[in-house]
Every structure is written in C-alpha cells, then in structure tokens.
Design a protein around this ligand. Structure first.
Ligand code: OXD
Ligand code: MN
Length: 626
C-alpha cells in the first residue's frame, strides 16, 4: 500500500486534509487511506463536529434523497429499502482466524475468506459518492468506560443519525492517550435508487474482531449500518471479556423511591419487549434505553449509557400511553423518523397510533394507498412494524443528571425480561447472584419480533437478551457474569419480569403501566423496604406491598384475585422450561459452566417438591415469607 499520508494528500481537499491531520494518530490515517483505496470515493468529507459540518451532513442527507423533510422543520424521514427493514442476523458474521471457533450459536466464517468476500463487495462501492469520516466516543468522554470509534460511511443518513445517538468525538480524538484501543467502522450503502440500497441481496456485515473493525455493505437499516450501535457492541463484548467487565444489551435508569431516593437499575429485554418503554416510565429518570457498560469499581458495579440518544420502535406510541415521547416527537427537538408513512400534509404516521387509518401517502413501498399489496398479494401496512424514531436524550424532561458522568452510576439491580405468555410471574427476585445469572439471564427466552428479519412470535432462546450480539463462546460469556458477581462487595440484586403473561381468555393479565409498580417493588427490595415470599423459582412480592404500590403510584386497586392469578406458580411450564434450557446448554454449549446444571437441577428439585405438596398450579399464598 502507498504511504497513507500521500493517499490522503492526493484525495482530500486542503481543508479536509488539515482536519484529518489534526488527529495525529497514524492508525487513523491508515484506516481512512485504506478505505479510500478500497471504496474509491469521488470525494472525502471529514467532519470536525462544528455546527457547520454537522449541518452540512443533515442538509446533504436531504439533498441526496436519503431523507425527506417534514412539515416540522426539525424532522425528516428516512426510508430503508422494502427488503431492508430490520437487522439481518443471518448475514452478520464473525470473521474467525484459523483454528478458532465461537461455538455453534454464532454465525462465523474463516477470516481470510470473509475478508476477501467483504473487500470484493466494498471494492469501488463509493464510486461517484462522497465518503464521510466521523469520530465518536462510546460512553462518556475521558472516562474509564470511553471507547473511541471512527465511522466511515457513504450514507449521510448514517452520519446524521449517529450525530443524534452518540457523543461527538473529534476533539476527544485529538487528545487521545497513546495507543488507546479504537473501534473501526466502514459502511457503504452500495448502489442506490431513489436514495435506498438496491443490492440488498448481497448485503452483509462482517465483524473482524481481530482488528476491531466492522464492515457493512449494501444495506441502510440502522441496526446493520450504524457502527456504534450493535456492531460496536459485538466488539465491546470481546473487549469486556479481555478486561473483566460487562457490555450489555440493557437500559439504565434511576427508579425514584421515597423522599427523593434514587436507585439505579439496568434491564435486559430482547428487542421489542418493553425495554425502551420501561426506561421511560413516568416518575423515574432515564439514563439510556439500549446499551450499558458495567465495570467493577471499588467493589461496586458502576454503569454508563454507551449512547446519548434513542433509536426507538415507534409502533404503538400513543399520546395516552406514552405522553413523554409523544410530546418530544411533536416538539422542536431534531428527530429522524424511519419507515413511517409521510402524509400528504407532510406529517409522519405510524401503526397503532390511536388515530384513523390514513387515506394515503408515501411509505417504504413508494406511494401508499389503502389495500396496496406486495408481490405475494399481502397487504402492505401504511407504516412498517419496525418503524423507528431517532432522537437525542437531551430533550427528555426526566433525563438523569448522570448521563455524562465519567464515573458512571452505582447499580442496585439488574432486570431480565422476555416476551413469555405462560411461564414467568410478572416480577421476581433471584435467590442470589448466581441463581439470577443462571435462571434469569442465561434462561431468558422470548418470542421474536419485527426488529429482526424472519417470522415474529416464535419462542427463541435469548440469553441475557444479548444472544444476537454475543461475540465470544456462550459458556465463557456466562462464566464472566458469574465471576463478575464474585468480584463485588455490593452485589446488585437480580430480577426477572414478564409483561406478557396471558390469562385464560387470551388477554394480557397486566396493563401496560403495571411496570411502574414492578419497578417500585424492586426499588423497595434493593433498599430493604419490602418483604418477599420465597417460591421455588425466586422471591415474589406480598399482596399487601403491591396493593400499596398500585394505590400510590397508579391510583388503582390491585385485587387479591389478580395477585393470585398473576403470581401463581405454573409448575408444568416452569419444569418444561428448566428441561428445555438445561437441554440447550447440554447439547449446544460445550463450554457451559457447571453452575448452570447445578442451579437448574436444584430449581427442578424445588419445583418437584412443591408439585408433590401443592399440585401443578400453586397460589402464591401457599408459600411463606422469606
Ligand atoms: C435495537 C435492536 O434496535 O435491538 O435496539 O434491534
Ligand atoms: Mn436493542
């Protein structure tokens, strides 16, 4: 390869060359020069995070049809291609050096071969296009949590949405400590028609963890293209493994207790299962809704939000149920909507927004009208189920003051929640850290949703809600969680929640806002303010505590009848689950820690004993206080 500097000098304008060279790290120069040689852009734009540069990115996204302005001058819409509407798990592969294996759950390919395919796809991919070079930081700046990231893309939409979602890092890069580990992201949308990628059949994401580099091509959907989101999470999980900390698919929030007390909790829920809405619940403070890094500091678990914005599912956001986000999405805060409908009067509409079905407009299929069908004769909804909003957290009235604290916050609890209609009770606490790691985190299952390609509603093994992003062998990842607890003197409590339990009539047993009550109970438990009842699967609330919480926080009764139905121990389903999970680990995870089987066996024995004593379905009133 030619000298990096001479490639940069001959390709970049003076102003862009100066901006790039103000960052003195030679690794940065090499990465950009290599991307130029490979993708051969017509021009290169280096963003220095000035208002002029960030505005230029937004304006160019509009000028190039990657985004369409709306009536609200702070809003735009981006459409992804018809077949490019979610994360493509199958074509997101790890490039594994010869002789290594990540186990059977992770899609992987020989590194040499994968790099060859990837580089072929990216070869000349920016012909006639402009390359954007941006600098960001994952986590607060200048903190033990910070990870600097270089993002190269030919999509002004990608460069624009990352501006709303991540901490700008140009100045940070100028003062980086020597040899600080950097993540490298290279993306190209490939050929475009009307602003969307047309070569989606040849799309892919290749994770070269050996070089901390991720390549993404022929796709635009944020989950596949925004390097700092789930692509960096995969690299962060490997870094965390090397350095003994945790990189998790979790929200981070402060739950407010009595007299202004704040207790920080993180929560792992698979995509589309209530993670974002929990983090935004009224009365509490949000720190982040999607990705959290957790480190041990002086025996405590401290955490930060990796991001500074939200890429949230917009379906079902209504004025009544979600007033906070509804108001923000109708304010002057900058936002990008994706895959919604644009009405004739240039407003966005999404599914289940509590308003009449629109009469027409433009959506991800082009011009839309009621009754429009796809190639297979299926009706095209007016907006995609996985339509999203992208917005900064700075507009949230309940944003927690800790967002940019380089020390992070101490967490008191970790929550695991899935989409489960018949097994878990609405909330329970684990017996201890290892019991929570195994029976809650490692046993998490959930029905699939529209956030990934493929059928929705199928029960999937989703350990830690991080299965899609785990980048080390699964057994090792679980061992790391078990070990993490051992290093702590203040061990967070571990909880499991289930918002999706169904009654015998097929309706949800809980209203959407019941999560406010479960959060309050967890806050009280962490602070020693609530009692619990010991059941074979964990510690559950008493009816009396929930009755008080529902009255105080939700202004309604919580009847003994509801309590008995919701907190009933469903022994056949629980036993089936225990068997199913133990079977998955036994048959498919060769490096499973022994603790998984010991803890599941002990749980099984407790369940069988309870069945002998009480029968299959047991009222919570049958168990005694712990
Ligand atoms: C997301 C996801 O977009 O997990 O956060 O799919
Ligand atoms: Mn997510």
């Amino acid at each position: 390869m030619r000298e990096a500097i001479s490639i940069l000098e001959s390709t970049l304008t003076d102003a862009n060359f100066r901006k790039l060279l103000a960052i003195t790290d030679r690794r940065v120069h090499r990465f950009v020069a290599d991307a130029i040689e490979l993708c051969r852009p017509m021009k290169v734009f280096v963003c220095d995070d000035s208002k002029m540069d960030t505005e230029y990115i937004r304006r160019t996204a509009i000028a190039r049809n990657e985004e369409t302005p709306l009536a609200n001058p702070y809003h735009t819409v981006h459409f992804d291609g018809f077949y490019d509407q979610a994360r493509d798990k199958e074509r997101t592969v790890y490039l594994v050096p010869e002789g290594e294996s990540l186990g059977q759950h992770l899609p992987q390919m020989d590194r040499k071969k994968g790099l060859e395919i990837t580089r072929n796809r990216l070869n000349g991919s920016m012909d006639n296009k402009k390359m954007v070079v941006r600098f960001f930081c994952l986590g607060p700046l200048d903190s033990p949590f910070s990870i600097p990231v270089v993002q190269i893309t030919d999509s002004f939409y990608v460069a624009h949405s990352e501006d709303l979602l991540y901490r700008r890092g140009y100045d940070y890069f100028r003062r980086l400590p020597d040899e600080k580990e950097i993540f490298w992201m290279l993306h190209s949308s490939g050929k475009l028609m009307l602003g969307t990628s047309i070569d989606w059949e040849n799309r892919g994401v290749a994770i070269d963890y050996k070089e901390n580099t991720v390549y993404s091509y022929n796709t635009q959907y944020a989950g596949n293209t925004l390097g700092l989101k789930k692509l960096a999470l995969r690299l962060a999980i490997r870094k965390a493994d090397r350095e003994n900390w945790l990189a998790e698919h979790m929200f981070l929030m402060a739950v407010k207790g009595p007299s202004g007390r704040k207790t920080y909790l993180t929560g792992a829920f698979p995509s589309g299962c209530g993670k974002t809405s929990t983090s935004m619940t009224r009365g509490n403070n949000i720190v982040g809704d999607d990705i959290t890094y957790i480190r041990e500091v002086d025996g405590k678990a401290r955490a930060v939000n990796v991001e500074r914005g939200i890429f949230g599912i917009i379906r079902s956001v209504t004025q009544k149920d979600d007033p906070l986000i509804w108001d923000l999405l109708h304010s002057r805060r900058p936002a990008i909507f994706t895959n919604v409908l644009i009405t004739e009067d240039e407003n966005p509409r999404w599914l289940d927004d509590d308003q009449p079905v629109p009469k027409g407009g433009t959506n991800y299929s082009g011009e839309w009208f009621p009754g429009k069908v796809n190639r297979d004769g299926e009706e095209i909804p007016y907006a995609h189920k996985n339509a999203r909003y992208t917005i900064g957290l700075d507009g949230f009235p309940n944003l927690d003051g800790s967002l940019d604290d380089p020390r992070g916050v101490e967490i008191g609890g970790i929550i695991y929640g899935g989409r489960d209609m018949d097994t878990w009770v609405p909330v329970q606490e684990s017996l201890d850290w290892a019991h929570g790691v195994v029976t809650m985190g490692a046993s998490l299952e959930s029905e699939s949703t529209a956030a990934t390609l493929g059928p929705s509603g199928v029960r999937k093994f989703q350990p830690f809600s991080n299965m899609d992003f785990i980048s080390i062998p699964l057994g090792k990842y679980i061992q790391n969680h078990l070990d993490f607890g051992l290093r702590l003197s203040a061990v967070p409590k571990v909880f499991a929640v289930n918002y999706f339990l169904l009654g015998p009539d097929g309706y949800y047993l809980n209203r959407k806002d019941a999560k406010i009550a479960w959060l309050q109970w967890m806050e009280a438990r962490i602070n020693g303010d609530a009692e619990a009842i010991a059941t074979p699967t964990g510690l559950i609330p008493t009816h009396a505590d929930l009755e008080t919480i529902f009255r105080e926080k939700l202004d309604r009764d919580y009847t003994l009848e509801s309590y008995e139905e919701q907190f009933k121990l469903r022994i056949p389903e629980q036993l089936e689950k225990t068997e199913r999970i133990a079977g998955i680990y036994r048959d498919t995870v060769p490096d499973s820690p022994r603790a998984i089987f010991d803890i599941l066996d002990a749980q099984k024995a407790r369940l069988e004993e309870a069945r002998t004593e009480f029968g299959d379905y047991v009222s919570p009133l049958s168990f005694s206080r712990s």
